[in-house]
Write a protein that binds this ligand. Structure first.
Ligand SMILES: NC(=O)c1ccc[n+]([C@@H]2O[C@H](COP(=O)([O-])OP(=O)(O)OC[C@H]3O[C@@H](n4cnc5c(N)ncnc54)[C@H](O)[C@@H]3O)[C@@H](O)[C@H]2O)c1
Length: 442
């Protein structure tokens, strides 16, 4: 067992998606990195050279740094390691509309107890604007030691995190110049450009702005799709025409917008505005528009099945399909399952995904099935744009399991209309006209 008081270059507190990828990237860059993690199971897995979740290239990278002693995971129960710098990467979920900061506070307290005089603490978790200065700093100050504290938000996308950690510019904002300088030096070790901002608050808002901007952009595409479904206009036709040769427009394509970040960051921006007594109506409307997709699909796209009780299934259970992930946090698959159970008066919704575990599917109220079994359904909802759903392997599975009259509801316009309908299926895409056997798109 490594000595906790033999100082590490940096200690990353919280080895989830963000902490583990960052700790691995810093260790790969040559730093001696400690990881502090609450879950003993996660610590044991990492110590054995494995990642607890699917992330491209991460298993190999962990094995390399753990075997060389560059990354050492510690259980929180063993105490927090001594290090020159700390990066806090604990979860900050939204509960009942407000960001939950208790894990972050206890992580900063644990750091304040053991840090050497003058150590740097960086918040990496997504927080309400003002958290670095009004919540983290007072805890560090109470230790009576000298400290530096900054915000350097995580902006990687799950599925490409390692590649992005070595390429994306890092936004850094401290509570003072020394803090910004120290945090910039730490993140420069990743070999990337540093974008210093004038305050910790600017860095906090930059993170919330990044995700809210994406959320609102996707909401606009979904709003067009909802309109298209009522009017009969093809939203893909419209988006293609708008974007073609016209640099001033870059409209996104419609589809479910979910995940552990986008589902909550507009709410955290709204929490930040509440503190100031102002509102962020555009951000909140974007979120609500994206949340509306479940009702829209259930009420406008899913077919009525009055003649019998249908067998229903969902393909693609992660919160997104590209880049591929096993993560179901914030996935709308559970909400769609609930809505389908109620629409069709069924107790069972089958599901299948190339990466998601049986247990995670069960947690969403979905019974994970073999692909062939899930395809033997009357209504199949394609919930993500995972590449598998446009692969030959998928079409072979369809050929093995032909079922005339089966309805595919395709939320990502992934399916090949001609092939699907020629097998006797009906196709209902989001934002396009309904296609049946005699009406295949060309
Ligand atoms: N997931 C992403 O790709 C992503 C991207 C950008 C920003 N963020 C933000 O980064 C933060 C972390 O996200 P995540 O997805 O990694 O969360 P996560 O829940 O996967 O990981 C957090 C980890 O911290 C551990 N933990 C909690 N309290 C602890 C403590 N006091 N000491 C030690 N360990 C503790 C938990 O056991 C967990 O393993 C959140 O604020 C999130 O909004 C996430």
């Amino acid at each position: 067992m490594q000595n906790l008081s033999d100082p590490f270059d940096v200690c990353v507190v919280g080895l989830g998606y963000v902490g583990l990828t960052l700790a691995t990237a810093l260790a790969s860059a040559g730093l001696r990195v400690a990881g502090s993690e609450r879950s003993q199971d996660v610590v044991d897995l990492i110590a054995s050279g494995q990642s607890p979740f699917h992330e491209f290239g991460l298993d190999e990278a962990i094995q390399a740094v753990v075997s060389r002693g560059k990354l050492v995971p510690f259980s929180l129960e063993d105490g927090t390691p001594v290090a020159d710098s700390y990066v806090i990467t604990v979860g900050t979920p939204v509960k009942n509309g407000s960001v939950y900061l208790e894990d972050l506070k206890s992580a900063v307290s644990a750091v304040a107890d053991v840090m050497p005089d003058g150590a740097l603490t960086v918040l990496r978790s997504t927080v309400r604007v003002g958290t670095t200065r009004t919540i983290a700093e007072p805890i560090l100050k109470d230790s009576g030691k000298k400290y530096a504290v900054a915000m350097a938000p995580e902006r990687t996308i799950e599925g490409k995190a390692l590649a992005e950690l070595s390429s994306l510019p890092q936004i850094v904002g401290g509570i003072d110049e020394n803090s910004t300088q120290l945090a910039s030096e730490l993140f420069a070790r990743l070999g990337v450009e540093i974008v210093p901002v004038h305050s910790a608050e600017a860095a906090e808002l930059a993170k919330l702005a990044s995700n809210t901007f994406r959320d609102v952009s996707f909401a606009f595409a979904n709003e067009l799709a909802y309109f298209a479904d009522q009017s009969g206009v093809d939203v893909y036709d419209v988006v293609r025409a708008c974007n073609y040769g016209y640099d001033r427009m870059n409209v996104a394509l419609p589809g479910p917008v979910a995940g552990p970040c986008l589902e909550k960051d507009a709410y955290i921006l709204s929490n930040s505005a509440d503190v100031l007594g102002v509102e962020v109506p555009l951000a909140m409307q974007g979120r609500k528009t994206n949340e509306f997709i479940v009702s829209h699909v259930v009420n406008s796209l899913l077919p009525d099945m009055n003649s019998h009780t249908p067998k229903v299934s969902i393909l693609g259970l992660a919160f997104k399909g590209r880049p591929a992930t096993s993560d179901t946090r914030g996935s709308l698959a559970g909400d769609f399952a609930q809505a389908m159970k109620s629409k069709y008066s069924v107790t069972d919704v089958a599901g299948w995904d190339p990466l998601v575990s049986v247990t995670d599917a069960q947690k969403m109220g979905i019974h994970f099935d073999e692909l062939d079994e899930a395809l033997k359904s009357d209504v199949v909802l394609i919930q993500t744009n995972h590449r598998f759903f446009s692969s030959e392997e998928f079409y072979s599975a369809l050929e093995r399991n032909e079922q005339p009259g089966r309805v595919f509801v395709d939320l990502w316009n992934q399916l090949d209309a001609e092939r699907i309908t020629s097998m006797g299926n009906r196709l209902i895409p989001l934002g396009r006209k309904i296609i049946d056997v005699k009406d295949a798109l060309v």
